[in-house]
Design a protein around this ligand. Sequence first.
Ligand code: ATR
Length: 292
Amino acid sequence: MRIDQNTRLFGLIGHPVGHSMSPIMHNAAFRALGQNAVYLAFDTTDLQGCLLAMRALGIQGMSITLPYKTVVIPLLDEVDEGARRIGAVNTLVYREGRLLGYNTDGTGALRALEERMDCAGKRVLIVGAGGAARAISFALKEKGVTLCITNRSVKKGEILARAINGTFRPLAELDKEGFEILIQTTPVGMFPFENPNPVPENLLRPGMTVMDIIYHPLNTTLLRTARSRGCQVIPGIAMFVNQGAEQFRLWTGLRPPMGIMTKAVLRVLGPFDTPGGSNRTGRGGQGKRDLP
Ligand code: ATR
């Protein structure tokens, strides 16, 4: 990689950021397209200082992760309507002296699904009601799907269901609902904790599409169980790379090299199709979309 006086700086702001896969993914993309640019991870407790640095140094783009996705909003010059509706920003663009905020999580999840199927008119179950569930639900709603939310805390689940004109059902009460798509958005099953399946097996029916947004391990217990029950499975890395690709597009205006970005992450996390393969790796991310 050539670094000189013209190198453009991009990065990630969060706390912690030590396990992020984004530097590997974005630097692979910059290299592949011959961009004189570099992406670094900044573990910081000074969000305002980082925004000042972006303005002072002309840093053109940043990913934003926990714990700053919401608190950054009032500090920006402009927030994209989608991000405002979700209530969280995961991408900053510094353009013509203005700091702009976007959220690419929902688009990333939607693209991951649409690479494999047409979502329009489908019955979708979202497991969880946090920030990621919110981003995904709003993106899917635009596609005219029927949404049902299930969540550990009833109140939070009901609030999200209302916001997206969907329904809420406690997990224990779901059985023969005939969902065509299930999207798992909670941290249950994420490395390095035990790897339980957050979804009762009787919900997993042949022909159903099951997406887990956890990407470490790649083969979560949910995905392995779903595959064994005849479901089509979509690993979390699909959403992760798609949300990163959307960031790359916002920053550079270029078409992101998706294959190269995916391969760069898989080189660290291990192959998806090797049963248990991803569980063996000691390196890599904490494995959720919150750590872009
Ligand atoms: P994110 O922004 O990454 O989605 P979040 O806002 O903290 O994270 O939301 C995490 C979601 O996972 C929530 O829906 C949470 O359920 P509660 O609303 O009941 O807290 C869910 N979640 C977290 N840990 C869980 C667990 N051990 N079992 C079931 N659900 C869990």
